[in-house]
Every structure is written in structure tokens, then in C-alpha cells.
Design a protein around this ligand. Structure first.
Ligand code: PEP
Ligand code: MN
Length: 364
């Protein structure tokens, strides 16, 4: 898609080499909590935009669902006190109307909304003729076209200041992340829309404080233009996302420790490009190993199943099926046949070895 995207925040003189930092509480809870958090953030001198959730999309009913429009008045006050820009999540026309009435500088579309074309279109329609900035979070499901489609809907409504926010993707089963990063998806989005301003939201990827700096650094190393990180004056008392919020002081420490790469000469640019590609390879390799490990654990389960039911380890027809399917899929994905055969043979052999260990623990 060929978008003519402008500076992402109106009136913010953003030095391209410094990542845009958005921070503030997951939710505005009361006036004191919001104002105190925002004042402490402003004191760090490292924050460009204040965030606060006003209407909260919660997984289950009965959780704290946000304070509603009254929170916008507190955010407006925080903006007056600190002189910083502000952003809130909007999910429908009423939210857009309220946010604009309270002079919110940027709007973001949350991940539960960005995957719903009806809602995104409703927001887009309510933004026609408005000069504002819209950041679009990835949908919870790993669908790059759906994310791109949401951006396209906003762009077609006449909004030219658009950014993407990568906040990870839903998973089924165990993972150290609340939402798995699947970096290849934002990388692919950026390939499709090279002008897109990309922000990473480590808070919702990690779901805890411990992994935040690792993910934030990875995002900067992958050339993201900014970070959105949740902060709270008293994180353990937060009404939503208590486990992942940082105090403004700890956020400052984390930001100070991040390394921002610079581009200097044209030669350095070439080196950086190569490094970026290598970083991507590293990320994909890690994911491949993760998948391989999951695959082997399933093989172990099959081994136990075969042992219980006295079934042979090797079943030639099944191996034949894996091989043929792999060659066919590999061909569609432009992977060399010889390479696929070698790879599948190794993986299959390792599966057999593991099943053998389970079925014949003494012999193996
Ligand atoms: C949030 O930013 O507080 C939020 C609800 O995020 P997401 O839409 O990524 O879940
Ligand atoms: Mn949150």
C-alpha cells in the first residue's frame, strides 16, 4: 500500500533518531492516580505522550471497565500541567467524539477492535475531516492482512498521520509471554507499508515487568520508531494490568539502559541493514527452535500412546505421508526439495529416537 504518512503526532517536533515514548497507566482510575503518574512521568524528561485507558475492553465482565469520560477531564488537566501530548483508546464513534472534545492528541485503536472491520469502519467514518493521529494496534490474531486492512480503512477516511502498534498475539497454551511477539508479522507489515511509523508495546507482549526491557531493546534493534509502556504511581494497586506496570522511576531506569542505534555514514547504513536482517533471522530461528521443541514433546506423547496400545514405532505409510506433504508445501513456499527431504528425515529420525527411548527405556 502506498501511503503518504506525515509526522505521526501533530505539533510534536520529533527527532527521528529518538524513539517516541508513550507512557501512562493502563487505566485512568481516579484524578490523583492519573495526575501523580503523569507528573512523575513528565519529571523524567523522557516521555513524549501520556496514555490512559478510559474505556477498558476486559476479557470477562465484572472486571474494572474504565471510568469513562470523566477520566478525559483528568487527562486534559495532566496535559495542561505537564505540557505533554495525550492519547487514549477508542472503540466506537462515541469514544472518538468524547476524546476529540477533550483535546486528546492521538487516538489508538485497541487490539480487540482492530480485528473487527465493522468497528474500524465506524471509527474511520467518525474521523472524516478530522486532523488527528491514529495508532492501530495489531489484532489479537496473527493476521497481517487484517491489521493492514484496519490501517487502510483509517487512511481512506482521510487520516494521514497513522502508526502501527505491535502488542503481540494471542496464544493457546504455555508461553513466557502474555501475547507472543511473532516479530515476523510487524516486520511483514512494515515491508508492505514501508512509511509506517511503528511502535512496540512491550507491556502487553510481556504481561510482567521482568521481560519488558528485553522486548523493548529487541524492538529498538528491529528499528521500531517508538515504545508504549504502561506505568502507574503504585503498580501493585492498579485496577487493571497490575503485574506489568512500572513506576515512573523504574521506567526511567529502563529507558536509560536501552541502546538506541544511530545511523551515521552511508557505510554504517549498509552495516545496520545487514544487522537488522540478522536480527530478524535470530528471532525466526528462536521461534523455529521453539516450534521444534513443541513438536518433539508431541512425539513423546505419541510414544507413550504407542506404548500403551502396543503399536509399532515406525509406520511407513505415515512417514510417506509426512514426506510427500512436506515436499508439496515446501514447493509452494519455494523451498528446495533436497533441503526439505534432509530436514524432514532428520526431524523424523529424532522423533523415532525419542519414541524408542520411551518404549524401550533400557535398550536405548
Ligand atoms: C491497553 O493498551 O491497555 C490495551 C487494552 O491494550 P490491547 O488493546 O493491546 O489489549
Ligand atoms: Mn493494559
Amino acid at each position: 500500500m502506498n501511503l503518504t504518512i506525515e509526522t505521526v503526532v501533530k505539533g510534536l517536533k520529533q527527532d527521528n533518531k529518538i524513539p517516541l515514548i508513550i507512557s501512562g497507566p493502563c487505566s485512568a482510575e481516579n484524578e490523583d492516580q492519573l495526575i501523580e503518574t503523569c507528573k512523575a512521568l513528565a519529571k523524567t524528561g523522557k516521555i513524549h505522550v501520556l496514555r490512559a485507558g478510559i474505556w477498558k475492553p476486559r476479557t470477562k465482565p465484572g472486571s474494572f471497565e474504565g471510568v469513562g469520560s470523566v477520566g478525559l477531564k483528568w487527562l486534559q488537566k495532566a496535559k495542561e500541567i505537564t505540557g505533554l501530548k495525550t492519547t487514549v483508546e477508542v472503540a466506537n464513534t462515541a469514544h472518538v467524539y468524547e476524546a476529540l472534545k477533550h483535546e486528546v492528541d492521538m487516538l489508538w485503536i485497541g487490539s480487540r477492535t482492530s480485528g473487527n472491520p465493522f468497528s474500524v469502519q465506524e471509527i474511520a467514518d467518525s474521523l472524516r475531516g478530522v486532523d488527528t493521529t491514529v495508532l492501530v494496534k495489531n489484532p489479537v490474531n496473527p493476521d497481517v492482512a487484517l491489521w493492514e486492512g484496519a490501517i487502510e480503512r483509517i487512511y481512506k477516511a482521510g487520516i494521514t498521520k497513522i502508526g502501527g502498534i505491535h502488542r503481540g498475539f494471542s496464544k493457546y497454551g504455555e508461553s513466557k509471554y502474555r501475547n507472543v511477539p511473532q516479530w515476523q508479522i510487524p516486520i511483514e507489515l512494515k515491508r508492505r507499508i514501508p512509511e509506517l511509523f511503528m511502535i512496540c508495546d512491550p507491556s502487553h507482549i510481556c504481561g510482567n515487568r521482568e521481560l519488558l526491557s528485553e522486548i523493548a531493546q529487541q524492538a529498538l534493534d528491529l528499528n521500531f520508531n517508538g515504545l508504549m509502556i504502561e506505568s502507574h504511581i503504585n503498580p501493585s494497586m492498579a485496577l487493571s494490568d497490575a503485574k506489568q506496570q512500572l513506576t515512573p522511576e523504574n521506567l526511567e531506569v529502563m529507558l536509560n539502559n536501552l541502546i538506541v542505534r544511530k545511523e551515521k555514514s552511508s557505510c554504517k547504513k549498509v552495516i545496520d541493514e545487514l544487522e537488522q536482517l540478522r536480527d530478524t533471522i535470530n528471532v525466526i530461528d528462536e521461534e523455529l527452535l521453539d516450534l521444534l521443541s513443541q513438536r518433539m514433546k508431541i512425539s513423546d506423547q505419541i510414544g507413550k500412546h504407542k506404548k500403551r496400545n502396543k503399536i509399532t514405532i515406525l509406520q511407513s505409510s505415515r512417514w510417506e505421508e509426512i514426506l510427500n506433504k512436506g515436499i508439496e508445501t515446501g514447493n509452494q513456499k519455494e523451498l528446495n526439495k533436497e533441503f526439505i527431504v534432509k530436514y524432514l528425515t532428520l526431524v523424523h529420525q529424532e522423533s523415532i529416537n525419542r519414541q524408542n527411548k520411551i518404549i524401550n527405556p533400557i535398550r536405548s
